[in-house]
Write a protein that binds this ligand. Structure first.
Ligand code: ADP
Ligand code: NA
Length: 330
């Protein structure tokens, strides 16, 4: 029997993935690709909903794809492709635009958040209709599940509503997908501000561990991580957020339990914990960095991998779009 389909996307909006992306998204996807027919999309059409530098966008699209492959997304098992190479995304998005109520679109909280940053009047209409393009991304592949973070729940709900609406108006066409929100997936916090999540949008990069940073940069950031005055190494999210964050990262990357880490570091100082953690992070990221550099140094090969994936995506997407056009009389 065919495997169930998952779809997930990542924006090429940063020069490097960070530790939160690696633990919260990428390492999960790597596991899932065994059991699902997985479509992972570098969503560059979403990236242009806010101002971009063209050269940088092209560069980041490649770098993002390379990092995903380097971290374990296997192009032979998963379809890892670039959104703009599959025209059906924009075509289906237009159709779904015509089925979405203006009020319905206005209720999307991410637009409210993101447009506040630029001022609602200078935000683009593309940013406003972003969730409709995301619905098209998902529905084109007849995805059963969409592994995303909690912040994307509302967009997947809209996707479900649009699929259901289309199916009841024009006949059964789309699989109605479920959001697969990873419970129990560790949330990683900023090293300098361990009560807010590690994020590329943080104001300073001092607390942000980037996959592609050289080892000495990462080590310095870890050694300077905020801890506390109570010199004991134990997990206590409320009372000891900084130390708990370091322990979480350690535990997730090594697979060692919290208890065994507390035992191992009993009676030792924060400096020891940080030094060890820097080594663990380096062991994890060094091969990813090396492989990313290899992939980026052979652009022809990387582009070939992406083109092959886009061919497969185009095949599946065109089939869905054809059914959609026929159903609505286009
Ligand atoms: P950012 O918050 O840096 O903008 P994105 O929103 O692009 O990151 O998130 C991409 C993926 O990485 C999502 O699946 C998200 O849930 C996951 N992710 C991002 N930051 C973290 C974090 N600090 N801890 C765990 N997972 C995270
Ligand atoms: Na984000």
């Amino acid at each position: 029997p065919a495997k169930p389909v998952i779809f997930s996307g990542m924006q090429p909006s940063s020069d490097s993935l960070h530790l939160g992306n690696y633990i919260g998204a990428l390492s999960q996807w790597t596991k899932m690709q065994e059991d699902f027919d997985a479509f992972f999309c570098v969503v560059n059409l979403h990236a242009i909903t806010v101002p971009q530098d063209p050269k940088e966008l092209a560069e980041r699209t490649r770098t993002t794809a390379a990092q995903y492959i380097a971290a374990g997304i296997d192009p032979a098992k998963s379809t890892l492709f670039v959104q703009s190479q599959v025209p059906a995304h924009a075509e289906l998005a237009w159709v779904l635009n015509t089925l979405t109520g203006f009020g319905e679109a206005s209720r999307m909280t991410q637009f409210k958040d993101k447009s506040q940053r630029s001022g609602a009047d200078s935000a683009s209409v593309g940013l406003f209709t972003y969730p409709i393009l995301m619905a098209a991304d998902i529905l084109l592949y007849q995805a059963h599940a969409v592994p995303v973070g909690e912040d994307q729940r509302q967009h997947v709900e809209l996707t479900r509503d649009l699929a259901t609406r289309f199916n009841s108006r024009f006949g059964d066409t789309f699989v109605v997908p479920e959001a697969q929100i990873q419970k129990g997936t560790a949330k990683i916090y900023d090293l300098q501000d361990p009560t807010s999540k590690m994020s590329k949008s943080a104001e300073s990069e001092a607390g942000l561990i980037k996959v592609l940073d050289p080892a000495n940069v990462t080590k310095k950031k870890i050694m300077r991580a905020v801890t506390d005055d109570d010199a004991s190494i134990r997990f206590d999210r409320e009372a000891k957020p900084g130390v708990s964050n370091l322990l979480t990262i350690y535990s997730v990357l090594t697979g060692q339990s919290m208890q065994s880490l507390e035992d191992e570091f009993a009676g030792r100082g924060y400096g020891d914990l940080k030094k060890s953690l820097a080594e663990v992070v380096e062991e994890t990221f060094a091969p990813v960095r090396t492989r990313t550099e290899e992939l980026l140094s052979d652009r022809a090969e990387l582009d070939r991998l992406l083109t092959t994936a886009a061919d497969r995506a185009n095949e599946v997407a065109a089939r869905t779009l054809d059914r959609v056009y026929t159903a609505i009389g286009l």
